[in-house]
Design a protein around this ligand. Structure first.
Ligand code: ZN
Length: 307
């Protein structure tokens, strides 16, 4: 595979689907993931290992993850809320796990029903488990700093807390941290400042990814700043599906298609074929009738609404 400049990490099958009422069939999820991998997307977050009662939309995560792990060259990522989730993710064979830690404790309680101290305990247990695995079976372990830019419940989030918690996650054994704009509050100046503050403490290599939402339309503006700061992994969701069920008003990750168009136009290699990627929308549209698919790029590449 030719070298890429920026890794576009598709999170739609997890972040997108968890925030909508409709439940996508397992077969459609598999078709979506395969088609996107064939379009050149090298990393896909395929689900979340949470109890099916909490997120029925993602109840088939184990099956979907096992299927995705059979797709050559694809890095399969999954969210895990605790040790149990990590055990199941490892059993399914995923290559990367992300544990979300909300900087806002109110959000942490709503999202995981856990205080910060309790989440740290889970991180420790997961690290201990990972350390028992042979290196070739050990998934990467990312700590996702949710609500790093603001919280629907608590409002402003103190930057010093984000930095402190990033340091703590690294001390407890995470391989890297990610800054997540869970509720879409980030602005470019804030993002630049926070990337620099966190990297000054954990090192550049330990913060290589950002997870941005487009709730207020600043997703791509924020992305450009992340690129300027040397971030190399950008999360996005096909058709901008996504959000957070516990952050009322939050809707939509940045749109994968628009992100790939922008990166291409900037001369940055993603390894993704935009035409093929745009065709993947048809799978999602067919599987989720009535669901809004966002994005500007499709209108130019394929006039699917000729009227
Ligand atoms: Zn998100």
């Amino acid at each position: 595979m030719s070298a890429i400049d920026i890794l576009v990490s598709e999170v739609g099958p997890r972040d997108g689907l968890q925030n909508i009422k409709a439940i996508m069939s397992t077969e459609a999820k598999k078709a979506w993931i395969r088609a996107e991998a064939e379009a050149g997307v090298a990393e896909i977050e395929v689900g979340s290992f949470v109890p099916p009662k909490l997120l029925p939309q993602l109840a088939d995560t184990a099956e979907v993850a096992e299927y995705a792990c059979g797709i050559p060259g694809l890095t399969v990522a999954a969210l895990v809320p605790n040790l149990k989730g990590a055990e199941n993710a490892i059993k399914a064979g995923v290559h990367k796990i992300t544990l979300p830690l909300s900087v806002s404790e109110t959000h942490s309680l709503a999202n995981l029903n856990k205080t910060h101290a309790q989440v740290y305990e889970e991180v420790q247990k997961i690290t201990a488990l990972l350390n028992t695995l042979p290196p070739d079976q050990r998934p990467g372990f990312e700590g996702g700093l949710s609500t790093a830019f603001g919280c629907t419940f608590e409002g402003e989030v103190a930057e010093k807390n984000v930095v402190k918690m990033a340091v703590k996650l690294m001390e407890l054994g995470c391989d890297e941290v990610c800054l997540s704009d869970t509720a879409g509050y980030a602005n470019p100046a804030q993002l630049r400042r926070l990337i620099r503050l966190v990297r000054a403490e954990v090192g550049d290599d330990s913060l290589a990814a950002v997870h941005l939402h487009n709730t207020r339309g600043l997703g791509l503006a924020n992305t450009v700043v992340a690129l300027e700061e040397g971030i190399t992994t950008i999360d996005a969701s096909l058709g901008g599906l996504g959000g957070c069920p516990f952050a009322p008003g939050a809707s939509g990750n940045i749109v994968t298609e628009d992100l790939v168009f922008m990166l291409d136009a900037m001369g940055l290699k993603t390894g993704i074929d935009l035409d093929k990627l745009l065709k993947v929308r048809d799978i999602v549209i067919a599987a989720l009738p009535g669901e809004i698919m966002h994005g500007f790029t499709p209108a130019f590449f394929k006039p699917s609404h000729p009227q």
